[in-house]
Design a protein around this ligand. Structure first.
Ligand SMILES: Nc1ncnc2c1ncn2[C@@H]1O[C@H](COP(=O)(O)OP(=O)(O)OP(=O)(O)O)[C@@H](O)[C@H]1O
Length: 894
């Protein structure tokens, strides 16, 4: 009994830890959304403030949706559900769990009493004020019978408060009644009680299937039978038939399986069991309950971790969007200004200096259209008589007709003559401006609108419905003004030839010279006004954009420095609860190395892998905690790659210095619970578990254990690792000999992604190892080519076959002296044994100009050719004879 209580006690401690993480997650989400002007849950900027949303709603919007299940796992008490068709078997098992005789066992008579009242479910909950198991009055059958007026046995649950240690830690015991029990609220630990004398009935088999097919239900059931009566011997055939039934139901019995196997299956699928004698098999019953509880913990931790990772992923996408915005906006503005200036200049040229061309264009249009205009005038339908008034109206209509057609035609000719107005040109510029002004709400004063007016002035057509006045209309006005001064010929008869003559007189009276001059002046005036409006609009746009840029920068900094690290820490904690529950606390075997921030140990086995390496880090402050958490997140997100040391898991030891180390047997020991349940304020030790490799490249070169070909192979491996990271949008930022680990076959993998970050999440901090740092790193403005620079330095060591400093660096007495030399262009010296190809390759990599450095993908073919050559060459050739240059080892520069 005590052992079962202990399982619930441990569960409670861990679930409390997860509840704390969940609560802190909600606070962090709320903080992130409150301090963002952009909805951080979506990579696309919605511009909407989400501060008014409750944090749980924000949580619920995460993809994948985890909120509902998580709520249930974290906040519903785990329920021991005892079910089965036999009333006697159910109550017997329940009594056995409670170690008392609280529930009536009934008789075989009431067992078969199908026509009598059904038995209702009984739920036992903890209550300190209630009697204990020893003092509580036993229930009798009458208590369990469903009241006659209550048709639904599920609803009529008999609630029994009990002061019982099994229930003290929040667990509940639900003994199903005769009705449907499959709607019991998860998380459930399902125990199917079977009487000794029979197999599963069809109804029990159906219930089992239904229970297991419910998504929210646990995927394991313990089928438990009471012990045989003392005089009776076990019936092996019956037990075998029962196992056959279970196999048919897809519930292979793991009664024979060792417990470790069942524990290993914890993270994947759960296994059901047949417990032939629940009295004698108490330890197996406890183990089953432990695994069921661990599954609940693991599931909750996994869901929390999914939420953390989804949020972090959104942060990175948002930071990326913001970075792109910050980079692109000024360029778009410059582009728009340049293009508009070109357009304006061209139009002014047309308007100012091409009057003659314009005149020719007008004259050509007039003569080209003359006949069609006269015909149109002759065919014009006029509904009126021959009075003076009618004549005037008819003349007016004909003039309107001629003028409007002429206006449109001259406009079209003009457009055709100015190549800059082609749709593609104006279209690109318009789209660029629309993109810039998107959502700015600047209406008619926008640069887009000003540009439209410029184009409209040239096209002489109404470009926007909003602009109201169009050039076409004003051009007609101009024509009308000119035509107004012409002598009017009137005729009494308004027939076709009269109308034709009116049009002809009007056209004869038009002077192409005068028209062109007016048009040019008019065009010029409109273009200049629109250009002025454009410049004003652009200035306003720039002001708005620079305010937005500042907001973007602040937001990106908040994401980088506050929100992402905070969620990353919670992600590390949720992953840690998951890994701790699954695999327990790793056991240190021996120390294998030390770095600046931690000690690396070997461990015989952990999480089904053996052996593994454990890096123990006690972050001295919040900054290191955050960096470590982000490192863990980025590494965990990476798909496996053979050139990157895989991280297998993480365990956080909150009780570092005072807490114990666990047994590592896959279950949680009391000391591990203490570790998990300790206050988050205690100084935590983070244990990062990774694949155990051989020695690092620094040591391998130091002991001269690698041939030149082997070292070139290592160089190829390093470049492949860098290339992979870059392809995932990550920059390593600390490529060096000690971060290259070798396996037994001397193949290399990159490790220590402590400084590794997506480009958008880098804040320009100066990180890395002094001699591997390129000059631009000190400007804070750098990109993934810093890894290529660092590789160039590493390649110098590969070719030199020494870990001593290059002579040129050795001259520098301090880091500052080294960096100022590097900024002046000082690099490692060429050693006599370097081949031209090797020397060229390293020089190319450490070029002072990042743009001139090769991409990792460009390096590989050269390195592979060198490798093939080295393999084919006799052992003493090439760089192999490089040997150590004179000098000493300055460890803090390495
Ligand atoms: N997975 C591993 N397998 C085998 N040895 C390892 C493993 N990880 C690290 N080591 C050894 O432990 C040493 C220290 O590693 P660690 O990552 O702590 O430090 P570092 O990279 O040298 O320095 P820093 O603390 O600045 O990152 C390494 O140089 C290496 O020799």
């Amino acid at each position: 009994m005590a052992s079962l209580n202990a399982e619930f006690y441990k569960f409670n401690s861990c679930i409390n830890q997860l509840r704390r993480i969940y609560k802190e997650t909600l606070t962090a989400f709320l903080d992130a959304s409150n301090s963002s002007s952009i909805d951080f849950l979506h990579s696309e900027s919605s511009g909407a403030l989400v501060s008014d949303r409750p944090p749980r709603e924000i949580f619920a919007r995460l993809e994948p949706p985890v909120e509902a299940e998580l709520q249930q796992l974290l906040h519903q008490p785990p329920t021991l559900l005892v079910f089965g068709q036999s009333r006697c078997a159910r109550n017997h098992l329940a009594n056995h769990l409670l170690h008392c005789c609280l529930l009536p066992l009934g008789t075989s008579a009431n067992e078969d009493d199908a026509d009598g009242p059904a038995w209702r479910p009984v739920r036992l909950r903890f209550s300190a004020a209630s009697p204990t198991a020893a003092t509580a009055a036993a229930l009798d059958e009458a208590d369990l019978r469903l009241p006659p007026d209550c048709g639904d046995s599920t609803a009529a649950v008999l609630e029994v408060p009990l002061n019982h240690p099994l229930l003290r830690d929040g667990a509940e015991l639900l003994v199903a009644g005769d009705g449907d029990f499959t709607a019991a609220v998860p998380p459930l630990i399902c125990l199917c009680a079977l009487p000794r004398e029979r197999c599963l009935t069809p109804a029990e088999a159906r219930d089992l299937q239904q229970l297991l097919s419910t998504a929210a239900a646990p995927s394991a059931v313990l089928i438990a039978r009471p012990p045989p009566p003392p005089a009776e011997s076990a019936n092996p055939q019956l037990a075998e038939r029962l196992r056959g039934q279970l196999r048919e139901l897809g519930l292979p019995d793991t009664a024979e399986a060792k417990e470790e196997a069942a524990t290993a299956a914890l993270g994947t699928s759960a296994t059901s069991e047949l417990l032939d004698d629940f009295q004698a098999g108490w330890p197996r019953l406890v183990a089953f309950v432990r695994r069921a509880l661990q599954r609940i913990l693991v599931r909750a931790a996994v869901l929390l971790n999914q939420a953390h990772c989804a949020a972090l992923n959104n942060f990175i996408l948002l930071a990326f969007d913001l970075s792109r915005d910050l980079m692109v906006t000024p360029r778009k503005i410059q582009f728009a200004q340049r293009q508009e200036q070109q357009l304006f200049d061209s139009l002014c040229e047309v308007a100012d200096s091409k009057q003659e061309e314009m005149r020719q264009l007008v004259a050509a249009t007039l003569s080209g259209m003359r006949e069609s205009l006269l015909t149109a005038a002759a065919e014009h339908q006029f509904a009126g008589g021959g009075s003076d008034g009618d004549c005037r109206r008819c003349e007016f209509e004909i003039r309107e007709l001629v003028m409007s057609r002429l206006g449109v035609a001259i406009g079209e000719q003009l457009v055709r003559s100015v190549s800059l107005f082609r749709d593609a040109y104006a279209g690109t510029l318009t789209r660029c401006l629309e993109g810039l002004e998107d959502g700015d709400g600047c209406g008619d004063c926008s640069a887009t609108e000003a540009l439209r007016r410029i184009i409209s002035a040239a096209y002489q057509v109404e470009v926007t419905a909003r602009s109201g006045s169009s050039y076409a209309r004003s051009f007609r006005d101009l024509l009308r003004e000119l035509a107004g001064s012409l002598p009017w010929a009137s005729a009494p008869k308004l027939d076709a030839s009269w109308r034709r003559r009116v049009a002809s007189d009007m056209l004869d009276g038009l002077s192409d010279q005068r028209l062109a001059r007016h048009m040019c002046a008019h065009l010029s005036e409109r273009i200049r006004a629109a250009h002025e409006a454009f410049l004003v609009a652009m200035r306003r746009l720039e002001e708005r954009k620079s305010a937005r840029t500042r907001a973007c920068e602040e937001q990106r900094d908040r994401i980088r420095c506050r929100h992402a690290p905070r969620i990353a820490r919670l992600a590390l904690e949720s992953a840690s609860v998951r890994d701790m529950t699954l695999y327990g606390m790793p056991q240190f075997s021996r120390e294998i190395g030390r770095g600046q921030y931690g000690i690396v140990y070997s461990c015989d086995s952990w999480g089904g892998r053996s052996p593994v390496a454990i890096k123990s880090v006690v972050p001295p402050d919040d900054k290191h905690w955050n960096d470590l958490a982000l490192e863990f997140y980025y590494t965990q997100q990476l798909p496996p790659h053979e050139r990157i040391v895989p991280v297998l898991g993480v365990v956080t030891n909150y009780a570092y210095g005072g807490g114990g180390v666990g047994s590592g047997d896959g279950g949680l020991t009391d000391s591990e619970i203490c570790v998990l349940g300790a206050s988050a304020a205690a100084s935590p030790e983070i244990l990062i578990i990774s694949e155990l490799m051989g020695c690092d490249l620094h040591r391998a070169i130091q002991f001269g254990s690698l041939s030149f070909a082997a070292r070139l192979q290592v160089a190829c491996d390093v470049v492949e690792g860098i290339r992979f990271l870059h392809s995932r949008g990550l920059v390593h930022r600390d490529v060096k000999l000690k971060n290259v680990l070798l396996d037994r076959r001397s193949r290399a993998k990159l490790t220590d992604l402590g400084f590794c970050k997506p480009h958008a999440m880098m804040s320009g901090s100066i990180v890395g190892t002094p001699i591997h740092m390129p000059p631009e790193l000190f400007t804070g403005n750098y990109d993934s080519s810093v890894d290529v620079y660092a590789f160039g330095i590493l390649f110098w060591y590969v070719c030199a076959d020494t870990v001593r400093l290059p002579h040129n660096f050795e001259q520098c007495s301090s880091k500052d002296a080294l960096w100022s030399s590097v900024k002046r262009g000082v690099r490692p010296e060429r050693l006599p044994a370097f081949t031209d190809q090797c020397w060229d390759l390293m020089r190319h990599c450490w070029d002072g100009l990042p743009d001139r450095r090769p991409l990792p993908g460009d390096l590989l073919p050269t390195l592979q050719a060198l490798l093939a050559e080295a393999r084919a060459a006799p052992a003493s050739s090439a760089c192999q004879a490089g040997g150590p240059p004179s000098g000493h080892l300055v460890s803090d520069l390495l």
